[in-house]
Design a protein around this ligand. Structure first.
Ligand code: ATR
Length: 264
């Protein structure tokens, strides 16, 4: 039987097994999909399982999206440019890393009918997924990308990669932007509060939180209270999984109300 896994640390919260097993079932694919808690030193061995065909595919989540790269033979263009891999498979005997977070974010924005073309965007955070968000925003022709991270050094590292982003110090709110994205891990724990001066943000912004569990972080609660448009990361999660599924199985599974409900 074909075997797929998602690796990360922590991994307990991951809904990938639920979603992939559901789609495999719906499409009569005989395979299993499990989650596996791993440490940095396990990466080489576990990735090699794909080369020797004990595993057919691996999804990679926090904090290994970059650290898996040395163990792969090839990277897709997107993975190369973001130095981020979330999907691994064997293609023509080569271990290839793909990045489906980019398409995931892009399709999720389209799903919410938000046209980011010519919009000024403000990203909070500089963790593993942020290069993919920047890449997608650039691809969709956002007019400006402003970024703020608690640790300034990490923002600067990103600016070395993406020269045209603008950095602001943590705690500062830019005077002019259209969309604000929470890409920090703040909100994963219920009650978590971002140290953000919400009074300085008026009500015509789009608040996007990459977190989907809990469904409504305090960041989104504030957005709602102040009359802003808002969205959580659920559709991004669904679409990145959708892209990974089609890479592995060459089938585009359905995304419908039942699929969306599955993750509630
Ligand atoms: P990684 O850096 O391993 O990819 P991540 O979970 O993707 O981890 O990223 C966590 C992000 O949330 C980082 O931008 C982190 O900021 P730092 O670079 O300063 O650590 C941010 N973050 C985590 N806790 C935070 C907090 N209490 N306040 C503000 N930002 C926080």
């Amino acid at each position: 039987m074909k075997k797929y896994i998602v690796i990360g640390n922590p991994i307990e919260h991951s809904l990938s097994p639920k979603l992939h097993n559901y789609w495999m079932n719906k499409n009569n694919i005989e395979a299993s999909y499990d989650k596996k808690l791993v440490n940095e030193e396990d990466l080489e061995k576990i990735i090699n399982e794909v080369r020797i065909k004990n595993l057919q595919g691996i999804n990679v989540t926090v904090p290994f999206k970059k650290s898996v790269i040395p163990f792969l033979d090839e990277l897709s263009q997107e993975s190369k440019e973001t130095q981020s891999v979330n999907t691994i498979l064997l293609e023509n005997k080569k271990l290839v890393g793909h990045n489906t977070d980019i398409a995931g974010f892009e399709l999720a924005l389209r799903h919410s009918n938000y046209d980011v073309t010519n919009k000024k965007t403000f990203i909070l955070g500089a963790g593993g997924v942020v290069p993919s968000i920047i890449f997608a925003l650039k691809k969709m022709k956002a007019s400006k990308i402003i970024l703020s991270n608690r640790t300034l050094e990490k923002s600067k590292e990103l600016k070395n990669y993406f020269k045209d982003i603008e950095i602001v110090k943590w705690g500062n709110i830019p005077s002019d932007f259209d969309m604000i994205i929470n890409a920090t891990s703040v909100g994963l724990k219920k009650g978590d509060n971002l140290d953000l001066n919400y009074e300085k943000i008026d009500s015509n912004k789009f608040f996007y939180d990459l977190i989907y569990n809990p469904k409504e972080t305090n960041f989104l609660k504030k957005a709602k209270q102040n009359g802003n448009k808002f969205e959580n990361g659920k559709m991004m999660f669904l679409y990145q999984a959708h892209q990974a599924f089609s890479l592995w199985h060459k089938i585009m599974p359905d995304i419908n109300n039942e699929t969306i409900k599955l993750l509630d």
